[in-house]
Design a protein around this ligand. Structure first.
Ligand SMILES: [Fe+2]
Length: 172
């Protein structure tokens, strides 16, 4: 009878009778699932951060910022769902947790945007970690991670542009 090797790392257990999809990919699956679950938790934190920010942003740019924050919250939820589907694709259990989002009591537009930028950079780094794990080991995960690095890098770049002084459009 085949022997099941217990896997280490958080979120690596999966329900019995739900072995999930098995392919010939040669990446470190437990490490990938761990990072995928961290990404899931951060994308869900993004839904919370963008939604909360949209509720407390005031000033002349409010309407456009609220609309943009709503779009970002929706996009983060879409990313979370995609990541969760990948986790179950491999027969693993998506995390029920959400990354911490401590209260900062900063409601000026610039600190709000800087916090969102920090969040984007952390999430981008997680996608880069996923890319490093998947590279040359799984076409599915590698292509997903590569596309997400591109998407998240553009998000971070957009916030950096929003934080730039208008009189120096060519400088960070
Ligand atoms: Fe995202």
């Amino acid at each position: 009878m085949p022997h099941t090797i217990p896997r280490k790392g958080r979120h690596s257990k999966h329900p019995e009778n739900n072995p999930g999809f098995h392919d010939s990919a040669s990446f470190h699956k437990a490490a990938a699932i761990d990072v995928l679950n961290q990404i899931l938790e951060h994308e869900l934190a993004g839904v919370l951060l963008y939604t909360r920010s949209s509720l407390v942003v005031f000033g002349p740019q409010r309407r456009s910022l609220v609309q943009w924050m709503h779009e970002q919250a929706n996009e983060a939820l879409g990313h979370a769902r995609k990541v969760g589907e990948l986790i179950t694709h491999y027969g693993e259990l998506p995390s029920l947790a959400i990354a911490p989002t401590p209260e900062t009591h900063e409601f000026e537009t610039e600190p709000l945007l800087r916090r969102l930028l920090d969040h984007e950079i952390v999430t981008l780094d997680l996608y880069r970690q996923l890319l490093a794990i998947a590279k040359d080991g799984s076409v599915l995960l590698e292509e997903f991670a590569r596309a997400m690095v591109q998407t998240e890098e553009l998000h971070a770049g957009e916030i950096q542009k929003m934080l730039r002084p208008a009189e120096h459009p060519a400088h960070a």
